[in-house]
Design a protein around this ligand. Structure first.
Ligand code: SF4
Ligand code: SF4
Length: 152
């Protein structure tokens, strides 16, 4: 495994340690759950998880969901996924199908309103520091995946 991907996975785990106590307490009773379509998942997230042994639901196509949502919105309508709460295809009985250390970047990056309001401010500051690191590593990984830079 490249150093870059090892570092990326480590930051995910560090973030999960901060997120887990919050999500365990607040997600089960959240009035506005966030694991809904269109999910913040892209092809790099999927390729990374599958390259590291994860088997994801084969029918899931988050990029197509987002394209359809964009078309509906740009056509002047209210997209179905904004009108109806449709759970993310990667959400199963035991939670997210992605590995804990390779959750989709966009999902991990999302700080929800309840988190902004209810998380301990010191923990939230730690989250933001780690997210900056995650941003940097993710940018590097995408650049390598797109052939714009060499792996290290
Ligand atoms: S919006 Fe926040 S509190 Fe609600 S389900 Fe998502 S992570 Fe949990
Ligand atoms: S990919 Fe996982 S974390 Fe992201 S919305 Fe779907 S179930 Fe939630």
């Amino acid at each position: 495994m490249s150093k870059l991907i090892r570092q990326y996975r480590k930051v995910h785990l560090d973030l999960r340690k901060l997120y887990d106590p919050f999500t365990e307490e607040h997600c089960p009773t959240c009035p506005t759950p966030c694991c809904m379509k269109p999910a913040r998942v892209d092809s790099v997230d999927i390729a990374l998880a599958e390259a590291h042994g994860c088997t994801l639901p084969p029918h899931a196509d988050p990029e197509e969901d987002r394209n359809e949502t964009a078309k509906e919105y740009l056509g002047g309508g209210v997209p179905i996924y904004f009108r109806e709460n449709v759970p993310c295809d990667f959400l199963g009985e035991t939670g997210c199908a992605f590995p804990r250390d390779l959750r989709p970047y966009g999902c991990t990056r999302f700080i929800c309103d309840p988190m902004k309001r209810l998380m301990d401010p010191a923990k939230l500051r730690e989250v933001k520091v780690l997210l900056k690191r995650l941003d940097y590593l993710h940018e590097q990984i995408v650049a390598v995946a797109n052939g714009k830079r060499r792996p290290r």
